[in-house]
Design a protein. Structure first.
Length: 303
């Protein structure tokens, strides 16, 4: 599911500039999001789901991967039946952009922009949700646990004073325990020469700082799990050979020990991002069932 198809009755306000950033060469370029809504919707304020795409912190766009999947499976229900809004955000990626924490600056600033312009876009500030997969799953979990730290005061001082709350998050196939993932990525290289996961973590932390233990801790969603964290569903496949599922499930278990609503959805037979590990054996639940469960979890936390 790589091509994004917009359901009938839905319109997309494309390439809304939520802030501008300056690269190392001094050039300024815009950061953008897309906003999906029912055509002809009224002027009232409604809940908003932010979709954060994956791509190992180094590729994919706001119209690939998760946005295409979610729109295909749940776009009609979310936008037309529930009447919610969906936003899909772009964020800086390595190496053109910057490593941690600037991806989080961007995702948070996209929310701050929409809160600042809630009247214009019809956003209910009290009902903000986030769903991410892979690198986006990491960001979703982080935003469920910590938001105030990620303020881009240099590039977006006009947004730095805007606060927002997350009603609920969904983290799919995400890195939730960075120190543990670095160790496991090294183990993959030593065991079979598979350096894909280690490369992705380099894109998150930068090659120069991959083994900085304090940076690993600061960049890890698990570090920020506390009694004040927002509800977060953790979704992972039992056959994921890319991102270890155990570290996601153990982070969710840690959150539940604190009394948090952090349920798990374990997808049997699913590889990374829920593709079937075997062409002959379907996943349980199937793709539509996964996204229906995500939708229902978000619905249950509407305020």
């Amino acid at each position: 599911m790589s091509q994004l198809r917009i359901p009938d009755g839905v319109e997309c306000v494309e390439d809304i500039v939520y802030k501008q950033v300056r690269d190392e060469a001094g050039s300024i370029f815009p950061m953008k999001l897309d906003l999906y809504r029912a055509k002809g919707r009224g002027r009232g304020k409604v809940p908003l789901i932010m979709l954060i795409h994956g791509g190992c912190w180094c590729h994919q766009t706001k119209r690939e991967g998760l946005p295409a999947w979610y729109m295909h499976f749940m776009g009609r229900e979310t936008l037309l039946e529930d009447g919610w809004l969906i936003a899909s955000v772009e964020y800086r990626k390595y190496p053109e952009g910057a490593p941690f924490p600037e991806q989080l600056y961007d995702c948070c600033d996209a929310f701050r922009f929409l809160v600042r312009h809630a009247d214009e876009y019809g956003v209910d500030r009290h009902n903000l949700f986030v769903v991410g997969t892979s690198a986006g799953g990491y960001a979703s979990a982080m935003l469920a646990c910590e938001r105030d730290k990620w303020r881009d005061r240099e590039n977006a001082p006009e947004l730095a004073d805007v606060s927002f709350d997350i009603a609920a998050a969904v983290a799919c196939s995400g890195v939730l325990d960075v120190p543990r993932c670095v160790v496991e990525a090294e183990g993959k290289v030593q065991a079979n020469g598979d350096g894909r996961f280690l490369h992705c973590l380099r894109c998150l932390l930068s090659p120069e700082h991959l083994y900085d233990a304090e940076l690993q801790r600061k960049a890890s969603p698990r570090t920020y799990v506390s009694e004040s964290s927002s509800p977060c569903m953790v979704v992972c496949g039992t056959a994921d050979t890319f991102v270890p599922g155990d570290q996601s499930r153990e982070t969710a278990a840690h959150a539940r020990l604190l009394g948090l609503d952090w349920p798990e959805l374990i997808v049997t037979g699913a590889e990374h991002n829920f593709n079937p590990a075997s062409a002959d054996i379907p996943t349980v639940p199937d793709a539509k069932g996964i996204y229906a469960a995500i939708r229902d979890f978000l619905r249950s936390h509407a305020r």
